[in-house]
Design a protein around this ligand. Structure first.
Ligand code: IMP
Length: 197
């Protein structure tokens, strides 16, 4: 099975990539140096693609420092964009979760509950960088629900789910039917298939 390195400190993101890509023949392993996930700097930018590109540039330098430049490696950046808040928290999603949390987000919004997740994946193929995106439209729930997943999952209901569940009320496999991340990962998989694992 071919191996794909994923530079992330988020075990939820890693698990979702593994659940989606491993049945398709790609082993996804967390990129580590000396048994820990290396720190990379997230730049301040109003654009998720710029953030992902800045992350992959640093990740490729780390690969080079390990003499592993020919290995494929991915990074990703995700944001939750709430319509009634003019796209907030967006690129500030991580900061918003750490400060106001899901309770704070629920307090900020009113009747218009439309929102979407956007994921940008930057892949170092071993030779060049490719970018993949995935979007999931949905609604912010009236209350926090469910125990699965991570981040904003307990307050986000994807429009495509007939059962009106938050992501946190789904298994990882069920979330991957609808999620922004799985859409980006599927595009990445289609790209990788051109050469085969
Ligand atoms: P990051 O900067 O890409 O790590 O993500 C920004 C914030 O969004 C983090 O606090 C994550 O927990 C959250 N987040 C990322 N992906 C998801 C998701 O699929 N569901 C819910 N929250 C997410």
């Amino acid at each position: 099975m071919a191996t794909l390195n994923f530079l992330t400190g988020n075990s939820g993101k890693l698990r979702e990539a593994q659940v989606l890509l491993e049945p398709l023949g790609w082993k996804v392993q967390q990129f580590m140096i000396d048994e820990s996930v290396p720190d990379i700097v997230e730049p301040q930018s109003s654009d998720l693609t710029n953030v992902a590109l800045a992350k992959i540039a640093q990740a490729v330098e780390l690969l080079a420092s390990q003499g592993r430049m020919n290995e494929p490696l991915l990074v990703e950046d995700t944001g939750l964009f709430i319509d009634s808040l003019l796209g907030f928290p967006g690129v500030y999603s991580s900061h918003a979760l750490k400060t106001i949390g899901n309770e704070g987000v629920l307090r900020m919004i009113d009747e218009n509950r439309s929102a979407h997740f956007l994921t940008v994946i930057a892949l170092w193929t071993g030779e060049l960088v490719e970018v993949f995106t995935g979007r999931c439209d949905g609604q912010i729930s009236a209350k926090i629900s469910g125990n699965e997943g991570f981040g904003f999952d307990p307050i986000f209901i994807p429009d495509e789910d007939d059962m009106n569940r938050t992501f946190s009320e789904m298994t990882t496999v069920e979330k991957s039917v609808f999620s922004h991340r799985s859409k980006a990962l599927k595009s990445l998989f289609d790209f990788l298939q051109q050469d085969g694992p």
